[in-house]
Ligand binder design. Structure first.
Ligand code: NDP
Ligand code: 8X3
Length: 254
């Protein structure tokens, strides 16, 4: 019987690549993001190419009522979420605290921490009843190391790391796996979002070295998801070969 994967933030980057790779392996998908047209396009293509079932869930993970209404609306196979990928997230800005934009802070905290909590709270009860599930939380190297001007984004990812441990402790007795996947630099729309559409600054982040691709992280997640039932990857840090810490990246122009 094919398994069902619920992915938040599937309209771009890591979430999009996870949708592609799980679909290729025959998993059914429940795909979330705010940009409906992207989810519709992805969903139509994956259904056609791989013959899988896809449910589209357009909501903002920050909106608590929408999260619970969306999960309530699931029907039939969609109710049996075997794998949850808590991926939706973002960084906004790069500034020391006095120069920080408080709306950016709110959005990062509300998306990266509270959104992850709402989606998890909505889906964990079903997993507990079925005594089956696997939750992936997308953390970051920024959840292990705090870097200059990364303050609030780093704090949100430290929170994700802590919540992953909390979930692992709470869910170990329910046969529910929890895996924290922490990437280093991945070339997605992440930097374009962080620098608010400034393409040159965003491109510069990945210049002079080979960053990870979203597909690399998706491959790690699929690998963890397909391990035998008695094996759980608790914590996986995945870096580009050229990156040795949050700030030490060997660039060809160095
Ligand atoms: P992208 O910007 O390419 O993708 C982010 C995804 O999150 C999009 O699909 C976006 O969809 C979705 N999203 C953002 N806000 C919300 C929201 N409020 N509600 C629902 N969906 C939302 O970046 P990445 O793929 O790189 O980021 C994915 C995750 O990986 C994030 O948690 C990020 O922090 C983490 N990460 C990224 C790294 C990197 O270097 N790229 C490194 C380490 C971790 P939409 O806008 O349509 O809602
Ligand atoms: C994204 C990677 O180093 O820009 O989490 O924070 S970093």
């Amino acid at each position: 019987m094919s398994r069902n994967v619920f992915i938040t933030g599937a309209s771009s980057g890591i979430g999009y690549a996870c949708a592609e790779q799980f679909a290729r392996k025959g998993y059914n998908l429940i795909l979330n993001a705010r940009r409906e047209e992207r989810i519709v396009e992805l969903s139509d293509r994956l259904q056609k190419e791989y013959g899988i079932k896809v449910r589209k869930l357009i909501f903002d993970v920050r909106d608590r009522d929408s999260v619970f209404a969306a999960v309530e609306s699931l029907n039939g196979w969609e109710k049996e979420v075997d794998i949850l990928i808590n991926n939706a997230g973002l960084a906004l800005g790069l500034a020391e605290l006095p120069e920080g934009n408080m709306d950016d802070w709110e959005q990062m905290i509300d998306t990266n921490v509270k959104g992850l909590l709402y989606v998890s709270k909505a889906l964990i009860p079903g997993m507990k009843i079925r005594k089956n599930g696997h939750i992936f939380n997308v953390g970051s190297i920024a959840g292990r190391e705090t870097y200059l001007k990364g303050n609030v984004y780093c704090a949100t990812k430290h929170a994700v790391h802590s919540l992953s441990k909390a979930m692992r402790l709470e869910l170990v007795s329910h046969n529910i796996k929890v895996s924290l996947i922490s990437p280093g630099a991945v070339d997605t729309e992440f930097s374009k979002v962080r620098f608010k559409g400034d393409e040159d600054t965003a491109k510069n982040v990945y210049r002079g070295f080979e960053p990870l691709r979203a597909e690399d992280i998706a491959q790690c997640i699929v690998f963890c998801a397909e391990l035998p039932p008695h094996v759980n990857v608790d914590d996986m840090l995945v870096m580009p070969t050229a990156q040795a810490s949050a700030t030490i990246i060997h660039k060809s122009s160095d």
